[in-house]
Design a protein around this ligand. Structure first.
Ligand SMILES: [Zn+2]
Length: 291
């Protein structure tokens, strides 16, 4: 077994402990544990480069930086769903294998590659709330975060300590009468079983492109921000795609039924938008698809 991959996987576990709040100070989305109070235990949450943001689609001038590339996004891999105190996480089981999806190009540091780690979800109790980022003041039913880390660091844990350590591809979910993609439907239908069994749940083979279901255009905002959960580290290259992933109301309802171990609903697991504080926000507007 590749030692670096092993270290990397161990780092992933530590990272998920850090970002889910387990074994660290308690946090949540409501009341005394809500976002307003995160900074008491996690001072970075009061920083100047926080996420999410309300992004202006109309007044932002398109930029002309190079295309963002994904690699191995069409490779099918056995996936597993897990549930923690705050969200549902999708990751690949064969973390040690080759052909792990990755991202490069765009406005990222030249020559640096960011490797896929996991996907998690944010959603609300109704379809007009639930995304973390907003567009022109409007929220969507939910948001998918595809977490990647900079491969110049050995582990995601080490990467998360550096300002250029993490990359997120963010896609808002628009709920309506339409059907979800087959992959999104498959994920949402497994949520009930995940809820019942309360242990990592294998959902068969999945490729990342099938989750994106045709919205993987180059059209996205790019800015430097933070994790949207404690410890709110300011180390994320954000790519927020302007085309929503369209999903069915029924599938969003399945997310809304998910509860944590204490029986509380996970819905409403989105952080309010944060101040821009003069940060540069770029908009890549290009009808070409990335590979
Ligand atoms: Zn997130």
């Amino acid at each position: 077994m590749d030692l670096l991959k092993l270290i990397s996987a161990a780092g992933l576990l530590v990272f998920s402990v850090l970002t889910t709040g387990q074994k660290t100070a308690e946090w949540g989305y409501r009341g005394a544990y809500g976002p307003k109070y995160w900074n008491a235990s996690y001072p970075h949450c009061n920083g100047y480069q926080q996420s999410p943001l309300d992004l202006e689609t109309i007044s932002t001038e398109p930029s002309s930086y190079s295309l963002l590339y994904t690699k191995f996004y069409s490779v099918k891999k056995p996936a597993v769903l897990t549930k923690n105190e705050h969200t549902v996480v999708l990751s690949f089981k064969d973390y040690y294998s080759e052909r792990i999806p990755r991202v490069s190009g765009g406005n990222l540091p030249i020559g640096e590659k960011f490797e896929f780690s996991a996907i998690h979800f944010h959603w609300g109790q109704h379809s007009d709330l639930g995304s973390e980022h907003k567009f022109d003041g409007y929220s969507f039913a939910g948001e998918i975060h595809m977490i990647h880390f900079n491969r110049k660091y050995l582990t995601i844990q080490e990467a998360s300590l550096h300002a250029d350590g993490l990359l997120v591809l963010a896609f808002v979910l628009e709920a309506g009468l339409q059907n979800s993609s087959p992959t999104f439907s498959r994920i949402s239908k497994q949520l009930e079983l995940l809820q019942e069994e309360n242990k990592p749940y294998s959902i068969g083979e999945i490729d990342l492109n099938s989750i994106l279901d045709g919205v993987h255009h180059t059209n996205h905002f790019f800015y430097k921000g933070s994790l949207t959960t404690p410890p709110c580290s300011e180390n994320v290259f954000w790519h927020v795609f302007t085309h929503p992933i369209r999903v069915s109301e029924d599938d969003m309802m399945r997310f809304r039924d998910i509860r944590n171990d204490e029986g509380k609903y996970l819905s409403g697991n989105y952080r309010p938008t944060q101040k821009r504080n003069g940060r540069e926000i770029l908009l890549k507007n290009d009808s070409k698809r990335f590979k």
